[in-house]
Each structure stands twice: as C-alpha cells, then as structure tokens.
Design a protein around this ligand. Sequence first.
Ligand SMILES: [Zn+2]
Length: 194
Amino acid sequence: MIIRFREISNKAKPYILDGFRKAFRYSSLYKDCLVKARHESPRFKKDGNLAKRLKVEYKCNTCMNLFSQKEINVDHINPVVPLDKTMNDMTLGEYYKGCFTDVLQVLCKPCHKIKTKEENVIRSNVRTLNINKKMTEEDIDRGYELITAIVLTKIIAEKCHVDSDLAMHKNAINYYEKQLKELEEKYEEVITNK
Ligand SMILES: [Zn+2]
C-alpha cells in the first residue's frame, strides 16, 4: 500500500515522524556513524593523575573540530526530503529509504544548522523548467544551467556582507532570471501562435 504524506492528517504526521526519528536513532546505521567519528583521548583528574575513563569526543565532518555527544548531530548527507521535493509529495516508503541510509556524517550543531539553512535556501529557490516538446536539448540544458546559477548566486548573496559585492550578486541574479524568462517566453510564443 502506497501512502503519501499528504494523505496523512496533520495531527498524525508528528507521531509518524517521531517514530521514524527514534527508530533511526536506535539503528545500527546511526551507531556506526558515531563509531566512525569517535575520538578517544586520556582524561586527567584534578590531582594530575590519569583518570580511568577516556574522554570521548566526536569529530565534525565540516569544521573537523572535536565535540561532546551533546554538541553533535548525525546528519543525512543527502537530505531525507530531497531538495526538489516537499514531504507531502513523498510516500512513507520513500521517506523511510531516505532516512535509513548509510550516507551519514557527524556534524557539530553550528555546522549542521548552516547546512540545513543552505538546503532550505535551495529548497525555496528550486523551480522546475517549463519544458515543452518543442524545446531543443540545448535550450533545456541552458535552462537548467540558468536555474542552478540563480540558486547558487542567491546562496552566495545571503552570506555576503560587503555592499559592493552584494550589488554585483544581485545584478547577476537579475541577469540570469531575465535570460531564463526570455528562454521560456521563446517557447510560449510557439504554443500561442499555433
Ligand atoms: Zn562543525
């Protein structure tokens, strides 16, 4: 039976997601990821003597610093909800597959927050190319190139704090968007003329 998230009531959704999350946290995939990032070092007592128990930390895969278990997250390198989809479009099976993958990494909470934010920027900017049968392959490629350029430049612009650079990025975005609009309009004309 195929169930999509959009068919599940909003009241039930959090319980289902919580169940997935808990099952993931107790999975061997999750534990294996922690083991790989684990770093042990000697711990010293106040009197300078070596403590029996080792200090256990985990290495963030982005900033490469060491953190306690409280300060890290196990991150899905490929987001569980793909960047060009919303959860509502997905079936429970697809979500399950995305969740229980071994393509995982340990990230410290600040690095994880940045990654999630970037993913959400891409998500909110993702648009699909309006392809129609008359479109040449060359123009389809050009369309995707432009969409990618727009999204990437928007991400760079979000991080940019230098006014003159920001203006340059905004000009570039406008330029790409204009090109994309022209490309799509070229084919709209073909449709309306016939
Ligand atoms: Zn980090």
